[in-house]
Design a protein. Sequence first.
Length: 230
Amino acid sequence: MSQDLSRELSRSGVVIVSGLARGCDTYAHIGALEGGGLTVAVLGTGLDTVYPRENDKLFNKIAKQGAVITEFPFGTPPLPHNFPARNRIISGLSQAVIVAEAPLKSGAMMTARMALDEGREVFAVPGKTTSDKSSGTNQLIKDGAMLVDSAEDILKAFSIEVKKESKADQRVKLNGNEEKIIEAVSDEPVHIDSLLNKTGLAIKDLSYILLDLELRGLIKQLSGNLYIKT
């Protein structure tokens, strides 16, 4: 849901701000990149520390298609108390905060409360009443947050035109290096070392293009640095 909302909002020109954390944050950034828009990652570490480590490629993609920002100096590790401080920047930069999933006691709920204190709009995605992970979002709706089940709910609240994906957007356009990779990836899992040999690309360039193709839905990464065509 986080990815779907961000993709549609991004397509209509909305900038997505999140915290690069595992889960909803990660998928919010991915959705924004898929929508072709801008996204801002607010870190709870120094700029030289990517946390979590598996978001290293996503970090670099955001830096090229948006911004990665932090108030912490270089060398700052991911200390627990850094993230509540980080959340106030997320809410402060945003005109609205969307909570896709959250227990009652969570960083997302803290961000929502900060947003309300700052006069921002708060939206929440409803969830199962039996799920602890939705107890926070359901409580926000009870308290007056707007219930969201599509990006159109948010766009209409701000009188933003809903932009649908056109047939031109759907066409796949590949440059030379992208074509090399697509030809090297098959319907069976292919290891990244094999792609390096087949394409002749440097590991940094290959990793960047692989992430881009994955965001566009053309390939899928499996565990063990394996890739497969979708």
